[in-house]
Design a protein around this ligand. Structure first.
Ligand SMILES: *[C@@H]1O[C@H](CO)[C@@H](O)[C@H](O)[C@H]1NC(C)=O
Ligand SMILES: *[C@@H]1O[C@H](CO)[C@@H](O)[C@H](O)[C@H]1NC(C)=O
Ligand SMILES: *[C@@H]1O[C@H](CO)[C@@H](O)[C@H](O)[C@H]1NC(C)=O
Length: 187
């Protein structure tokens, strides 16, 4: 009996290590498959804004002379710190209002390239709506949140409650200005 006979232990070892290898490979494939769509779309009604969609930047469209999808407002770039909430706070003041002041919120806010925040009173009609997962860059201030993409914007717009509140405020302001004018006339 000088022939080598493998022990039953060897067979168990072989079986379990093959099983382990298969499980590891399957796990890796699953992780790769789920990676791109893992970003959350921020939504908080208390901000006064609601998610509008993922939109195309318009700078490369012929004859727009490089005009942005959200232009004519303001922009803030915050490397390392930008989040959707920061952007919405930034855009929630600064647009012209009925009193001739600039305290009204911008109707649109858009996050682009992980760190840019664009505020505007309108969204260009040339900007195309894309699938939500095309806005695939995480915010630099919160890696779980979508902050647009390369030449793509996660766009937010004032929700109906905020719009109503601001048009009501505008009417009150116009009413106050009118009664002031009437008083002046009466004197
Ligand atoms: C990061 O973003 C996620 C998804 O929007 C949100 O649930 C979470 O509260 C945020 N974290 C912080 C610290 O703001
Ligand atoms: C988005 O914009 C880019 C650059 O203008 C353009 O090449 C692309 O076709 C646009 N995509 C859609 C869906 O409109
Ligand atoms: C852009 O403008 C040029 C010159 O006015 C015109 O010839 C061309 O057709 C325009 N292109 C588009 C896509 O509108």
């Amino acid at each position: 009996m000088d022939r080598f006979t493998p022990s039953p232990f060897f067979f168990f070892f072989f079986f379990f290590s093959s099983l382990l290898l298969l499980l590891l490979l399957a796990g890796q494939a699953a992780a790769q498959g789920s990676a791109p769509s893992s970003l959350a779309i921020f939504n908080d009604p208390a901000t006064g804004y609601v998610y509008h969609g993922c939109y195309n930047e318009t700078t490369d469209i012929p004859n727009t002379t490089g005009l942005r999808a959200l232009h004519g407002g303001k922009v803030e770039i915050e490397p390392g710190r930008m989040t959707v909430r920061r952007c919405l706070e930034h855009c929630s003041t600064g647009a012209g209002d009925a009193q001739g002041g600039n305290t009204a919120p911008y109707a649109f806010a858009g996050l682009e390239y992980a760190r840019e925040c664009w505020c505007a009173t309108s969204l260009s009609g040339l900007s195309a709506r894309l699938a939500d997962d095309e806005c695939d860059l995480p915010c630099e201030g919160n890696q779980t949140q979508a902050c647009g993409g390369n030449l793509k914007l996660s766009v937010y717009t004032l929700n109906s409650a905020a719009r109503t509140a601001w048009s009501a405020a505008g009417l009150v302001a116009v009413g106050a200005a009118m009664s002031f004018a009437l008083m002046q006339d009466g004197v």
